[in-house]
Structure formats: structure tokens, C-alpha cells
Design a protein around this ligand. Structure first.
Ligand code: SF4
Length: 754
């Protein structure tokens, strides 16, 4: 038995782990890694059962090609990649870049493949990058772009140090998202000088620990947040000094907020006005306060407006750029791009004329872009580490769209529902069999990074994604198999100079050979393969990123313990990334550095966003969309004790909730003549699914919830638990960001007679 260091891959926290592994490669005990510089030994119950991800009946071992009768036959890598390359090149030559889209590009802690997949898009001359952030966070990114100057400006919240915390539409006890969530919540709860407020339609596990729970009606968050803002402005509790010094446009915001009918909006949210007044006052006057939000307000009506209002809460009260407030953070790996749709060169989708946000197109439009565009349609799709058939809205529409493609390739660890529709299924190494990193480093002022080493040997005939996409690029003729000049440099130079000389030669090579710039990741990988041991060259794209980061944030990197000048610092950082098995702290900013991360030309926050102020004006006209036919609001995609992303396929991993039960208030159940454990039919305008009822007194009457992570056909068997996206529709989405209304699905529930 040996003990190895790695990270949990089940949520964005990516806690450091110690895993005992026996001689056969079987996982034994899994516990927190106390040396991990961010999680420091913390884990939740989900990580302990990761063996079910590593070993399960759906694991892929060999490239598969679909036959005319729908069955799959094993083929060699060369056969699969030769044919895929030939088809992709033909499609590009006959139909241009519009004919290709990539889908996915990495899951939690599985990000290296995404950098390599982007090169396939470039080789196809396509801009169509569809991934799940486009159904979750892009409304938020769009607002960030307008407020802070670039969509790459990503915000974080200093919950650990705040005196007053507003949790809106999130349940960190189950969904985490903040450092060591359960410990952090406990500390706030135990401290009489700190206050925790939860705004959520359900009395969640977090709400039970809170000082105040505002159990609002589902999807009335915009009403409640604008009322809180209006109270703050009415009572003169906004931070005039901060606004004057750091913001522009407050006057227009103030005018809009003064028109909010406070009592009416609070009544619409159906929470006590007195309590809302208290929250507004105490939040605005707390020494430090921050706001933490999540999908509860991002998967529902007014998504983008919600993001705007939530940011106004901390901005107009001056809780930004301080300890215990909200902040921007620096990123070692740029997960987000900046695609301002007001610029003419931004490529839009063909049918919906939808623009990307942060470089990402929204999943909601994909079926139409495949099915409704005639000659200009998307004809070929590569899906990477993603199972959109279950996780994106409108399963039947996606199924129809994917079946109509000329080429669908799925790269994944397991045979997913999406993979079953593919022409080719390519088996990827698991996250414990390859080099990988945890990409969501969202902390400020200290930020961490963890490159994980492979713990287990190659499984079957799998390959890591970087190798799959590099081979594909070579077969497409995008890069030659041999780049003699660079290979030569790599052979004698890097170890001596810690890659600095190599990077200079590499930059000069790309300057002379611009056609290769889009394929820098694969060129680095191939040319450094001989000098970085044990296959670590797949992580070579981190070298220029580390050098660039250290150049831009040299003081923060030095404060994190690295020595050197602006150039050599990056090489030191890269060496530490490769070396440190528990991960590293790569930057230690000071709170005032947040202003260097603001990207507006005048370094001020631009508070007045015309589109959002217009939406705020129109909010009063919004009507509820439940009807007598569909009287319940379903919050689809709840996070619970034993659900995770779709990479846990084997149902044996769950200790509880095998059916992914529908939570319902007992009185609602009584009216429908349902008892706990009953089967019921849940129907929306778009489809119906079978559910099992569970009582939950924490549910608001008239609302029900179902968890995500179910609907899987494990080992090609029966559907396990709710297939949520048979209930959702592509066009039920935010008008600006097109993120879906998953937390607001009007449904009817009927008892199933046994
Ligand atoms: S699920 Fe999230 S919080 Fe739990 S151990 Fe894994 S990374 Fe940590």
C-alpha cells in the first residue's frame, strides 16, 4: 500500500487528498491532505468514495466506431484518428468554420484537455465553443465585463473574514464553493459578532445555521435585491466616499433605485418587510460585508439582472477591495476570455445571431444551430469530458440535433449517454492516470494552484486528452510531426536555464511562423517531451502562463515565496508547480492590488449599465409563469449529500437518495394524496418524468426540487433517477445571456396509481 497526493475532482474546491493505493492500483482510504496550501486537510463526504469514479462498468478502454446498426466496434487509435481527421478537413474545406463546434472542454479539475481542444477549433477555423459555463455563469461574466472593463475580471468573496455574509441562492454546506465551507459556516455561526443571512426559497442546511433566513418565493430574487438596494439608498447608507473615489455612474443607478416600490417588491418576494429593512441596514453598516451567490440566482428568471444587483450590493456599500468584502482575483490559467459583443469583429452564431460571452456560446442555442440553419449548420462536433445529453436543456432537442450530425466525436473516460450517439468514442485516461491541474483558482489575496501527477498506470488503450488532440492536429496537417529546430533547442537547453532560453527561442519561432501560434500548446508538448520527465510535458502550456503571470504580478509571486526577477520568477514558479505534490500558493496580493485588476481605462467601476437599468425598469411588469395546469415551481439541479457531476456513474457510490427523490412540503404532498416514497409523474409543458416523493418541511409550499447528477443509464441499464432536461426547454432562458431557467420550471405533479 502506498499513499499518494492528489485532489478531489467533484467540485470547484478541489480539496487536496491523500489516497492509499494497493499493488493492484485499488484505492483504499481517502483523506484530506493537510499540506495542501488551500484546503489544509479539509474534505467532505463525497471524496471518500472516488474509487467508484476510477473503477466502474462504464469505463472506456479502446477507441470505438459506431456501426450502421448502432453497435460499436473497437478500432485502433490510428484508424479512428485518421478517419476523424479526414472527415474534419473535408467538412472544413466544403463548409468553412461555421460547420464545427466544440462542446465541453474539461470538467472539475480536468482542464488541460480544454487547452488542447481549443486548437482543434482553431484548425477548423471555428469560434464555436460551447460549454457548461455558458449555461451557468456567463450572465455574471457579462456584468463583470461592463462593470470592471473585461469579462476576464472575475469576482470572489472573502466569506472567511466578513462580519456580515449574505448567501443568496446558494447552499455552501452542500455545494461548497467557498474555502472549507462547513468549517467556515461553523465559525460564522459560533461568533456572536458575525452575521449570516440566507436568501433562498428552501430552508437549506446553510439556512438552518443562519441568523436570518429570508425564505422568498422562487425567482423573486431581483425584486428582493432591488428592494434592499433601494432601502440602502433611501436611508443614505451607501458609501459616498467609495463611490466618489472608485466608481462612475452612481447617479443613474441612484435614480433607478429611488423608483423601486420597496414594500410592493418585498411583498412580491413574500418575506417580512421589517426583516428586509433590518438586513439592508445591518449589511450596509457592517464593518465588513460580502455577498456569495451561486446557481440559485443564476439559473432562474432575471439571471443577468440578478448578477448586476448582487454586485451593486457590495459596490454601493463600499465592500470591495477590502478584507472581508468582495474582490477580483488574478488567474494563473485564463479560463475566461473577453468577447465584448459591441465590437464588430465578434463572431455570432448563425441562427440566433447570439454572441459569445467570455468566448463561450450558450448550450441553449446549440440544437437550433445544428437543426435550423440549412447549409450554414453545424455539421461536426467534438464533445470533451461532458455529457450534454443529460446536463443541458431539452434532452429530446439535443438528441435530435446530435443524431443529425455528419460527425460526432466524444472524448471521455466513460460511456456516457452522449457517447452512445457518437460516430467515434475515444477513451481518455482518468484524472488519476494523467497529469492534470485544478483550474478554478478563484482566491484573493492568496491564490493556489495544484498540478496533479499520475498515480496509476495507463488503463487499457486510453490516452490523455493532450495526446489525443495533438495526434489529431498532426493528422489534420495543422502541425508537422517533427519540428526539428525546436526539438533541438529542447534537447540541450531547458534544464540548464530552467526553460528561459527555450521560451525565448519558442517566442521567436512563433513570431516567424504565425500559422503555428494557435497550436502553441501541442508544439510545446511535443518539443519538451524529451526533457520533462514522466510525461510531464503535457503540462508544458503552464510554462508560458507561469512566466506571463510572474511578469505581470511579480511582487505578488515574490510575496508567495519565489525568488528572481520578472523573467526568472516565472521559471521558478513553473519548477515549483511541477515539483510540489500538494500544490502551491502562486500569488499573495494585497487588498489594494484589486485596483490593478480592474480593466477599465480610468480604473473606475462603471456602475450604470444601460441594459440592466432598462431591465430593472421593466421588472415591475414581470408576471409569474405558473398556471393552474402547472402550479408548482420545480428547482431543478439541487446539490445534495450524494450527487456530483456526471463523472460518478456507478450508483453504488451513493450512501443515500438512490432515486434522486423529489423534495416536497408534506402539506403539498397531503393535498396531492402522496406519502413519502410514492411514485409520481412530474410534467412540464415540454415533457414528463417519473419521480419518487420525499418530504421536506424546509421546502416553501408550492415549490419542489430535484437533484442534478442522475438520469444516467449505468452499464446501459435502466435510467437511474430524474432526467431533468426532459422537463426543460431551450427557449426558456435569460434574454441576454441565454442561461436556462432551471430553478424555475413550472410543473404539475400527479400521483401514479400502483
Ligand atoms: S466535493 Fe468539493 S468540498 Fe467535497 S471533498 Fe471534493 S472538492 Fe472538497
Amino acid at each position: 500500500m502506498r499513499t499518494e497526493k492528489t485532489a478531489c475532482i467533484l467540485c470547484s474546491r478541489n480539496c487536496g487528498l491523500l489516497i492509499d493505493i494497493d499493488e493492484q492500483g485499488k484505492f483504499g482510504k481517502i483523506r484530506g491532505d493537510e499540506q495542501h496550501p488551500v484546503s489544509k486537510g479539509y474534505i467532505c463526504q463525497k471524496a471518500a468514495r472516488l474509487t467508484h469514479y476510477q473503477v466502474n462498468a462504464d469505463r472506456l478502454t479502446q477507441p470505438l466506431k459506431r456501426q450502421a446498426d448502432g453497435s460499436f466496434v473497437e478500432v485502433s487509435w490510428d484508424e479512428a484518428l485518421d478517419d476523424i481527421a479526414k472527415q474534419l478537413v473535408t467538412i472544413r474545406e466544403q463548409h468553412g468554420g461555421n460547420a464545427f463546434a466544440s462542446v465541453g472542454g474539461g470538467g472539475q479539475g480536468n482542464h488541460l484537455g480544454g487547452a488542447y481542444l481549443a486548437q482543434i477549433r482553431a484548425a477548423m477555423k471555428s469560434k464555436f465553443n460551447y460549454n457548461s459555463l455558458g449555461q451557468e455563469k456567463t450572465g455574471d461574466f457579462w456584468v463583470n465585463g461592463r462593470l470592471f472593463g473585461k469579462q476576464t475580471c472575475h469576482t470572489t468573496e472573502d466569506v472567511e473574514h466578513a462580519d456580515y455574509v449574505l448567501f443568496i441562492g446558494c447552499n455552501p454546506f452542500q455545494s461548497h464553493g467557498i474555502p472549507n465551507a462547513r468549517d467556515t459556516l461553523k465559525e460564522i455561526r459560533k461568533d456572536p459578532n458575525r452575521t449570516m443571512v440566507v436568501i433562498d426559497p428552501r430552508r437549506t442546511e446553510t439556512a438552518k445555521q443562519a441568523d436570518i433566513h429570508l425564505q422568498l418565493k422562487p425567482s423573486t430574487d431581483a425584486f428582493l435585491m432591488s428592494a434592499i438596494l433601494a432601502i440602502i439608498v433611501r436611508d443614505g447608507l451607501h458609501d459616498t466616499e467609495f463611490l466618489k473615489q472608485h466608481c462612475v455612474g452612481f447617479e443613474q443607478v441612484e435614480v433607478a433605485l429611488k423608483q423601486i416600490p420597496i414594500a410592493d417588491y418585498v411583498a412580491r418576494a413574500d418575506v417580512p418587510l421589517e426583516l428586509v429593512e433590518k438586513v439592508a441596514r445591518d449589511f450596509a453598516t457592517a464593518k465588513t460585508a460580502c455577498v456569495r451567490i451561486d446557481l440559485g440566482i443564476q439559473h432562474t428568471l432575471n439571471t443577468t439582472l440578478n448578477g448586476y444587483l448582487e454586485k451593486l450590493l457590495y459596490l454601493i456599500t463600499g465592500n470591495f477591495g477590502i478584507k472581508g468584502g468582495n474582490n477580483l482575483h488574478a488567474s494563473l490559467v485564463p479560463v475566461l476570455g473577453h468577447t465584448d459583443e459591441r465590437k464588430g469583429h465578434i463572431k455570432r452564431s448563425v441562427y440566433h445571431q447570439m454572441f459569445p460571452i467570455s468566448g463561450i456560446f450558450p448550450p441553449n442555442i446549440l440544437p437550433d444551430e445544428i437543426l435550423l440553419v440549412g447549409e450554414q449548420r453545424i455539421r461536426a462536433v467534438v464533445v470533451d469530458s461532458s455529457n450534454p445529453l443529460l446536463t443541458w436543456p431539452d434532452t429530446p432537442a439535443l438528441e435530435k440535433a446530435f443524431k443529425s450530425l455528419e460527425l460526432l466525436v466524444v472524448v471521455d473516460v466513460a460511456m456516457t449517454e452522449t457517447a452512445r450517439l457518437a460516430h467515434y468514442v475515444l477513451p481518455a485516461a482518468s484524472q488519476f492516470e494523467k497529469w492534470e491541474f485544478t483550474g478554478f483558482n478563484l482566491e484573493f489575496p492568496r491564490n493556489g494552484f495544484h498540478l496533479r501527477h499520475p498515480l496509476l498506470p495507463k488503463y487499457g488503450n486510453t490516452l490523455p486528452e493532450p495526446e489525443i488532440y495533438t495526434r489529431l492536429l498532426e493528422k489534420m496537417g495543422a502541425i508537422p510531426k517533427k519540428l526539428p529546430l525546436l526539438a533541438n533547442i529542447a534537447r540541450y537547453e531547458p534544464k540548464a536555464s530552467k526553460h528561459i532560453g527555450y521560451m525565448a527561442a519558442f517566442a521567436a519561432f512563433l513570431a516567424r511562423n504565425k500559422a503555428y501560434q494557435a497550436f502553441a500548446a501541442s508544439i510545446l508538448y511535443r518539443t519538451l517531451n524529451e526533457v520533462l520527465e514522466n510525461g510531464a510535458a503535457v503540462a508544458a502550456p503552464l510554462l508560458p502562463l507561469a512566466m506571463q503571470f510572474a511578469y505581470e504580478h511579480s511582487e505578488a509571486v515574490q510575496r508567495a515565496g519565489f525568488k528572481g526577477n520578472r523573467v526568472s520568477l516565472g521559471a521558478e514558479l513553473f519548477a515549483a508547480i511541477l515539483r510540489e505534490r500538494s500544490g502551491i500558493i502562486f500569488s499573495e496580493h494585497r487588498y489594494q492590488d484589486v485596483w490593478s485588476l480592474v480593466k477599465t481605462k480610468d480604473k473606475k467601476i462603471h456602475l450604470a449599465i444601460p441594459e440592466m437599468l432598462q431591465e430593472l425598469r421593466l421588472l415591475a411588469q414581470q408576471q409569474a409563469t405558473t398556471t393552474s395546469e402547472y402550479p408548482f415551481v420545480l428547482a431543478a439541479g439541487e446539490r445534495r449529500s450524494y450527487n456530483a457531476n456526471q463523472i460518478y456513474r456507478d450508483p453504488a457510490w451513493r450512501k443515500v437518495d438512490p432515486h434522486g427523490a423529489m423534495r416536497m412540503h408534506p402539506q403539498d404532498a397531503q393535498r396531492l394524496n402522496l406519502v413519502e416514497g410514492d411514485k409520481a409523474l412530474c410534467a412540464s409543458k415540454h415533457g414528463q418524468i417519473s419521480v419518487v416523493i420525499e418530504f421536506d418541511e424546509g421546502m416553501r409550499m408550492g415549490t419542489v426540487s430535484l437533484p442534478h447528477g442522475y438520469g444516467i443509464r449505468y452499464n446501459n441499464g435502466q435510467v437511474l433517477g430524474p432526467e431533468l432536461n426532459r422537463l426543460t426547454a431551450s427557449n426558456d432562458c435569460d434574454p441576454l445571456s441565454r442561461t436556462p431557467y432551471h430553478k424555475y420550471v413550472p410543473v404539475r405533479i400527479d400521483r401514479v396509481e400502483m
